[in-house]
Design a protein around this ligand. Sequence first.
Ligand code: SAH
Ligand code: SF4
Length: 411
Amino acid sequence: MASTVDITLESAAPFVEKTPLERYVAPEKPSLIGLSRAELADALAQAGVLEAQRKMRVQQLWHWIYFRGFTEFDAMTSVSKELRAELAQRFTLARPEVVAEQVSVDGTRKWLLRLPGEVQGERPHEVECVYIPDTERGTLCVSSQVGCTLTCTFCHTGTQRLVRNLTAGEIAGQVMVARDRMGDWPGATRPTDGVVPSGERCVTNVVMMGMGEPLYNLDAVRDALLIVSDGDGLSISKRRITLSTSGVVPNIERAGAEIGCMLAVSLHAVRDELRNELVPLNRKYPIAVLMDACRNYPGVSNARRITFEYVMLKGVNDSIEDAKALVRLLKGIPAKINLIPFNPWPGSKFECSDWEQIEKFSAVVFDAGYASPVRTPRGRDILAACGQLKSATEKLSARERMALRAMAMVD
Ligand code: SAH
Ligand code: SF4
């Protein structure tokens, strides 16, 4: 295999923004998951709750749904029997359906989730969600789209069609599914296999680093993350939620102002010429413009740094010169650097940098004052790595899918 990849301007990928197919049929009985408090009050109005009672009822439901994790209205003892029945007639508390679960030797768990609304004979509306446990924390990697609007050349999701944006309920629902599966609700039982963090909670951090570009689905991502961070419910602090973007500049400021979570930027190259090829969106929002948006990210400070992700591609972006230029580029921006070993996928034209080169590159970054910049790949045996989500299951036959479904039942 060639040790370098020839990147020329002529070969650079064009900038393509995919339009969602959006052939989506919403379920007849909608789930209440994903509704804001105001929307929940509207739903209660539909169910006949008088205005004077709505605020109190919203508080009650919020508690049962997001603090206790209940999946049935009938178990909500503080709600009158009549209202419980009325709600069950009109709504559900459905989360995305778990089609398969895989547990890695290192404890990483991957769930294949089916979303409602797929059109018969067309591609299933499925995304993956990955849980990465550590001794003291558990990080959940959440998807925002089925497919992706963009076409980054090193990313498998970029080669797929954009089927549709996830709804706020489907995004927040991924956190609920993870808590269901990890027994992460008050009084629930933890799984006995895999790794479970030592603290009170299993899901302590959320990263929007699954399938899709969150800033091309900002409204739903915002609504979901406001639910995920709500102190009366799921209660994951905004400092423990990271939104990763390939650089949708006009929405970076909005994300900071409207969500206020931590930001990660998929940089991957320090020259426009190369970034145009790796992240074609760079043709629209070049590096200088992206860096300005980062400098102005609401709330950015030394205590709230922006993470810059940099995928290590052999012979493409991994020279010592690149490392030095990276450090120069980030000067003055409160930053962390995450060097990600490239995860190859069938048909990808890139290779992961040699470990020796990653170490040399990381030494330059480390000497410039950035701590432990290399991200250890997790869940490799179950293909839980970035940019590979759904690539394995997609190739499965219907029979294999059925077998996976059955596996999901045994837990
Ligand atoms: N669309 C968003 C978030 C999802 S991708 C974004 O691009 O930031 C999450 C991270 O995985 C990004 O930094 C992305 O560049 C990286 N990634 C994608 N494919 C990868 C691969 N094959 N190997 C390593 N990292 C990859
Ligand atoms: Fe989409 Fe992110 Fe993959 Fe680029 S790296 S194609 S933005 S998921």
